[in-house]
Design a protein around this ligand. Structure first.
Ligand SMILES: *Cc1c(COP(=O)(O)O)cnc(C)c1O
Length: 300
């Protein structure tokens, strides 16, 4: 398969978040592999797209919110594979004017806008929507499902000496990437999951359910770093993102990676990681989401 992304651009960047940081951290820059099919989205989609090819599907139907990174990534990836795409969007039709959906439409994606109440059902049961043609492949919201987990597990293949790390730290929405990283982890590695959702055990349950029993113990989900809820971005978060950029030149997104790095810094400062730890943090991309902000909000 000819890859539309350049995984060799995903460098490992050592980062120092504050002066007395005692534990080394390497950041895997998945944000660099492609300008549109950003970060973890490519990996979660890859096995779904292989399935579409294998089964001779004629198009891709997926689901997402109106600012979803997954929607843009799917639209672009499907176009790269020569497949038409459509998406069920849980929003009013006026959302079609926002920059995320305009970009997806430019890749040929067609939208079905549905009220949020029914979206909740359709996002993982695409067939129930009536929009899924027999010869199209349905990809659940965020690329979740066994194919998404298997694809996310291949993120670990990008990391030389990956067994040296004691902890892998990542952001989570559906938890599909986290589950994939847990599948790829050795029994001695811990996967530290920073939830972007407000106060939920649901995420932890969802991740554990998608894992074989022997992989469930290595996961620890942290729910105290959502900054007010999913996609909420108070000024304090924007200030943190700008400060991080000044210090490290690493751009982050308002929904996932900024909260993940903030959490990582907080855990480091609270000596959460024992001496001798070595941390792999995943920059899962998602920078397009920042376009919903006013132009002057961020310095990058
Ligand atoms: C979609 C996304 C996530 C969440 O991935 P899940 O597999 O749904 O948990 C994390 N980070 C970024 C940047 C994303 O775009």
């Amino acid at each position: 398969m000819n890859l539309p992304v350049r995984t060799e651009l995903a460098v490992l960047q050592p980062i120092e978040l504050y002066e007395a940081q005692a534990v080394p951290v390497d950041l895997l820059r998945l944000d660099l592999i492609h300008p549109v099919i950003s970060g973890n989205k490519w990996f979660k989609l890859s096995k779904w797209l292989e399935k579409a090819q294998r089964e001779g599907k004629k198009g891709i139907l997926t689901a997402g919110g109106p600012y979803s990174n997954h929607i843009v990534a799917t639209a672009c990836a499907a176009a790269e594979f020569g497949l038409p795409s459509a998406a069920i969007i849980g929003a009013e039709p006026t959302a079609a004017g926002n920059s995320t959906l305009r970009e997806a439409a430019a890749y040929g994606m067609v939208f079905h806008f549905v009220p949020r109440s029914v979206y909740r059902q359709y996002k993982t049961d695409l067939a129930a929507s009536g929009f899924l043609a027999d010869d199209w492949l349905g990809i659940p919201e965020g690329g979740q499902g066994p194919e998404g987990v298997a694809g996310a597990a291949s993120i670990a293949d990008l990391v030389p000496q990956r067994d040296e790390y004691t902890h892998i730290v990542c952001a989570a929405g559906t938890g599909t990437m986290a589950a994939g990283l847990a599948v790829a982890a050795t029994p001695r590695q811990k996967v530290i999951v920073i939830s972007s959702l407000k106060g939920e055990d649901k995420l932890s349950t969802a991740i554990r359910q998608s894992l074989p029993p022997e992989k469930r113990e290595n996961i620890s989900v942290h729910t105290g770093y959502h900054f007010g809820g999913y996609a909420k971005h108070p000024q304090s978060l924007l200030d943190y993102m700008n400060q991080l950029y000044r210090l490290t030149e690493i751009p982050t997104d308002i929904v996932y990676t900024s909260k993940m790095i903030y959490a990582l810094e907080d855990l480091l400062k609270n000596h959460y990681f024992p001496p001798g730890s070595k941390i792999l943090a995943i920059h899962s991309g998602g920078l397009q989401g920042n376009r919903s902000l006013p132009a002057a909000a961020l310095i990058f």
